[in-house]
Design a protein around this ligand. Structure first.
Ligand code: FAD
Ligand code: 2HG
Ligand code: ZN
Length: 516
């Protein structure tokens, strides 16, 4: 395990055995939905090797490693309900898992928890091409949904680098932000309905504002009682297993422009943002930034050529990516042209490039989108995902570099680079600290300093990636004791035996284990 001491395994959780496998095989419609390293006593099932389960036990960063002997891939909500009811009765700990692209250790087991993966729940239930409301199983891959919608003239309201693997249920459970939140808002606004299986004796299926359940369904407006679905948006699998999602999808724009600009300092990034909003108004769909280290990292690892003709003055610059999405190309071109002219005339930008066709749109986006992957190729990446007021945002990156240099961690090669990038439009900074290897010395130089630095600036220690295992014990940097206590009570109400994602999301309460 990359991290320091982990919370102990709760002794009251059942150790999975052949009897459990036999039960799961009896309720799942397909034998291939149960993958296990537990041998069959009578040879009635094939025994998987530990290698078969590695990609489900280890996270995307190779930072969190679990050791689960059972992976289940149910195909229906009813199957999920039977699994969860059984796990409740038997006190079996469960990790709900989507595409396993999460970046905080939430989607993989810590010990031997059962992995309940949603990839078998992959059906599109319905799409209304008047309202744009899409209702799907939770295991649908985000990119597949975008591809389904595009010919119909619609798009998903969120987009992220992990789109080819992440599931919509995982997106909802992490309240993923991504590259276009600035324009289309957060999932708290676009998700209209949720179907989830609760960790109780019956595996109750809670259907909230979903079409077809005989109650108010998939409506834009609904003020009948507490808005329960919101609790599941960002709950990271602690309240139930999300099995279905109803979501509002916007029209696909017919005109897209992308420009990448270079500016001398972070203050100019903010000036460009202000000017961009003033000039572009409603057609602005993304405003991203990355620093010099970020550009160099991506160019090195992708082999791409720099999009700029000249080298930045003093060898350093900041880069912003601006995207417009609209329905009238001439109108958008004119607006963007006006912005670029004004920025150049006023000496705010040093250099810039504007995509001339779809290929260039993709290659400019790749400069920003491939940053997480490029960092991962260079070494082991300590990732921090924080929200901060814009004026102080980049000072955390600068302070980090100074801190690591003073501690000699740059000179001795323990840290290879520190990269700052993120979603300026949402006040969200990503700091990627690329280390030679997972290293306690490096980690203790970063934490808790980075959380303290964030709290000192009134920021949030989790802007969009969530808490998972990584930040379960650090929530207090961003939330009051009273707020944490209410969250713990809420969790216990939904999950009295604490079987879902134990040790993650929130600090442990004294009442667990054994409750219920
Ligand atoms: P998983 O990783 O499988 O699970 C994540 C969490 O949700 C876990 O706690 C898990 O237990 C829970 N969970 C998953 N499915 C369910 C379910 N059906 N019911 C209940 N709980 C469930 N995130 C952003 O916010 N913005 C970005 O721009 C972004 N870009 C990324 C780029 C890359 C290259 C990568 C690798 C990750 C990125 N992420 C980003 C993080 C990650 O992709 C998102 O958090 C994503 O939404 C996770 O979806 P998933 O299906 O992979 O979930
Ligand atoms: C992004 O914005 C993602 O690219 C991933 O949120 C950030 O890897 C990271 O730190
Ligand atoms: Zn991000």
């Amino acid at each position: 395990r990359a991290l320091g001491p982990a919370p102990p395994r709760r002794p009251d959780f059942k150790k999975l055995d052949a009897e459990d496998v036999a039960f799961f095989r009896s309720v799942l419609s397909s034998d291939s939905s149960v993958i296990t390293t537990i041998p069959s006593p009578d040879g009635s099932w094939a025994t998987a090797s530990a290698d078969d389960l590695v990609s489900y036990n280890v996270d995307w960063m190779d930072k969190y490693h679990g050791n689960s002997p059972i992976l289940l891939k149910p195909k229906t909500t009813d199957e999920v309900s039977k699994i969860i009811a059984y796990c409740y009765k038997q006190r079996i700990a469960v990790v709900p898992q989507g595409g396993n692209t999460g970046l905080v250790g939430g989607g993989v087991p810590l010990y031997d928890e059962l992995i309940l993966n949603t990839e078998g729940l992959n059906q599109i239930r319905e799409f209304d091409d008047v309202s744009g409301i899409l209702t799907v199983d939770a295991g649908c891959i985000l990119e597949n949904l975008s591809n389904y919608l595009a010919p119909k003239g619609y798009m998903m309201p969120l987009d992220l680098g992990a789109k080819g693997s992440c599931h919509i249920g995982g997106n909802v459970s992490t309240n993923a932000g991504g590259l276009r939140l600035l324009r289309y808002g957060s999932l708290h606004g676009t998700v209209l309905g949720i179907e989830a299986v609760l960790p109780d004796e019956k595996g109750t299926v809670l259907s909230i504002n979903m079409p077809g359940d005989g109650k108010a369904g998939a409506l834009r407006k609904d003020n009948t009682g507490y808005d329960l679905k919101q609790l599941f948006v960002g709950a990271e699998g602690t309240l139930g297993v999300v099995t279905g999602v109803s979501i509002m999808t916007p029209r696909l724009p017919s005109a897209i422009n992308v420009a990448v600009l270079s500016v001398p300092d972070f203050e100019s990034v903010q000036t460009v943002f202000k000017e961009t909003r003033a000039h572009l108004g409603e057609i602005l769909s993304a405003f991203e930034f990355f620093d010099q280290e970020g550009l160099e990292l991506v160019l090195h690892h992708t082999g791409a050529k720099s999009p700029f003709e000249s080298e930045p003055e003093g060898g350093r610059a900041f880069y912003v990516l601006i995207e417009t999405s609209g329905s009238n190309k001439d109108h958008d071109d004119e607006k963007l042209g006006g912005l670029l002219e004004s920025l150049l005339e006023n000496g705010i930008i040093a250099d810039g490039t504007l995509a001339q066709d779809e290929t260039q749109v993709q290659s400019l986006w790749a400069l920003r989108e491939s940053l997480p992957e490029a960092a991962g190729k260079m070494g082991k990446v300590y990732k921090y995902d924080i929200s901060l007021p814009l004026p102080t945002m980049y000072s955390v990156v600068e302070e980090a570099r100074e801190r690591f240099a003073t501690k000699g961690l740059i000179e001795d090669g323990s840290i290879k680079t520190v990269v700052g990038y993120g979603h300026i439009g949402d006040g969200n900074l990503h700091i990627n600290i690329v280390a030679k290897q997972w290293d306690e010395k490096v980690e203790s130089a970063i934490e808790p300093w980075v959380y303290e630095a964030t709290a000192k600036r009134n920021g949030s220690i989790s802007a969009e990636h969530g808490l998972g295992l990584m930040k379960a014990n650090s929530v207090h940097y961003s939330k009051s004791d009273a707020a944490i206590q209410v969250m713990q009570q809420l969790r216990r109400l939904f999950d009295p035996r604490g079987i879902l994602n134990p040790a993650k999301y929130l600090p442990p309460t004294e009442q667990l284990p054994g409750e219920g």
